[in-house]
Design a protein around this ligand. Sequence first.
Ligand code: HSE
Length: 444
Amino acid sequence: MGEGSVVGVGLIGFGTIGTGVVKVLAENADVISERLGFSLKLVRVADLDTETDRGVSLDGVVFDSNASGLIHDPAVDIVIELVGGYDIAKRFILEAISAGKHVVTANKALLALHGKEIFKAADAQGVDVLFEAAVGGGIPILRSLREGLAANHIQSVVGILNGTTNFVLTEMERCGEPFEVVLKRAQELGYAEADPTFDVDGIDAAHKLALLTGMAFGAELTFEDIPTEGIRNLAPIDMEIAGELGFRIKLLGIARAHRGAGGEERIEARIHPTMVPISSMLANVDAAMNAVEVRGDAVGPTLYYGAGAGEMPTASAVVADLMEIAREKQRGGAGPVSPLSYRPEALAQKSLVSLGEVRGRSYVRFSAVDRPGCLAGIAAALAEEGVGIESLVQRSTGAGLADVPVIVVTHPAEDHALRRALANIDASGAVTATSVALRIEEEL
Ligand code: HSE
C-alpha cells in the first residue's frame, strides 16, 4: 500500500453485516474517496455459501469459498473477518496477520477471549487489527476512547451494550408481560437469536465490556474475569416497582478505575441488571438501542448513543475501520495503531475489585411465605449481616396465594454481606423461590 490510488479489500463472511459492507462501499464510494483522497476497492469475497442472492452487485469482484486464497491474494491489502465464532475466525485472522495483511473484524467473542494473542501477533508483524463494530455496532465508542478521549485518565465506562436484552426489558415494562413471552416475541421479530443465551445471560455484554475495559484502562482481562448476570430472573413486578421507586431496570456493563493514594489501580468490571435513576440518560435508552457513558478526568461525563446492531450501522463501523487503516498506511504511518489504545508494553494485568466489595443500595424481591413472623425472619437475617432496610413494600396478590412479593430496598451495604443474607433467607423456608436482587446504581 502507499503507492497506488486504490486500497484493496477482501471480505471473509458474506452474511448480513458483510452484505452491509458491500452496500456501504458501493453506495458511499463518493464520500469515502472524497475523505480519503483515494478509493477503497472490494476485490474479493469469500463465503462457503456462494449461491444465495444477497441482492448486491459483485461485478468485478472475485467471489468464491477460498478464504485462504483471498488472504494471500496480493490485491488484498486489508482482510475483513465477519465469519464469527472462535476457531475458524481465529485461524483466518492469524493467517492474514502472518501474511502481512491488516485486519478488520466485528468478532467481540473472539477478541474478548483471545485478543492478547491476536494483538501480539499483529504488533510483531506491524499490521493493524481494528474492531469498532465489535462494541456498540455503529456507535464509534472504541474510536472515541482511542482518539477523542486519549488525553484522559478514564474514570468509568457504563453502558447498555446489548440491544436484545434492552428490547426485552423495554417490552416487559411496556406490556407487563413475563420474560419468556417477550423473549418469544423478540425472536419472532428478529431481535433475538433462536439460541438467545449469549444475549440474555449477559455474555455478549461481557465480551464488549472486556474490550472497553482494555481500551479505557489498559487492563488485560478476558470476559471470563467479569462477573456476569443476565435478565432471566426478572418479572414485570420488578419493572412496576422500579418505576414507583423512581428507577428503570437496565442490563448495564459497569467498569470503573479505583486509584489508591499510592497510585495503584484496581479495576471494577461487572454485568448485571441494574436499577438506574429514571432521570439519568441511560434510563431513557429504549428498545434495541445501545448507549455508553464514559467519564474522563479532564472531559467529565460524555455519552454515546446509537444502533448497537444491524446490517448498515455495523457496516458503517467496519468501513470506518477500513478507512482508518487505509488513511494511515497511505500517509506512510510508522507502525500499527495500538488496538487497545495503549501501547502493548503499557497493557497490564490489573487487580480486579471483586463484586462482593462493591457497596451500594439494592432492591430485593422475596417470594415470602404468607405466615406470621416471616417478615421478621427476613429482617433479622438481613440485620445479622449488617444490611439495613431503607424501605419495605408487601404486595398483596389476592387471596389464596401461598406467597407474597415482599420488596426491600436496603441501605448501602457491601454486596457480599447482602448475598450471604439472601443465601440464608433462601435456605430458611421463609421464601418459596430464590430471591431476586438488583443493585441500584446512583452515580449516573
Ligand atoms: N446480539 C447483539 C445485541 C448484537 O443484541 O446487542 C451484536 O453485538
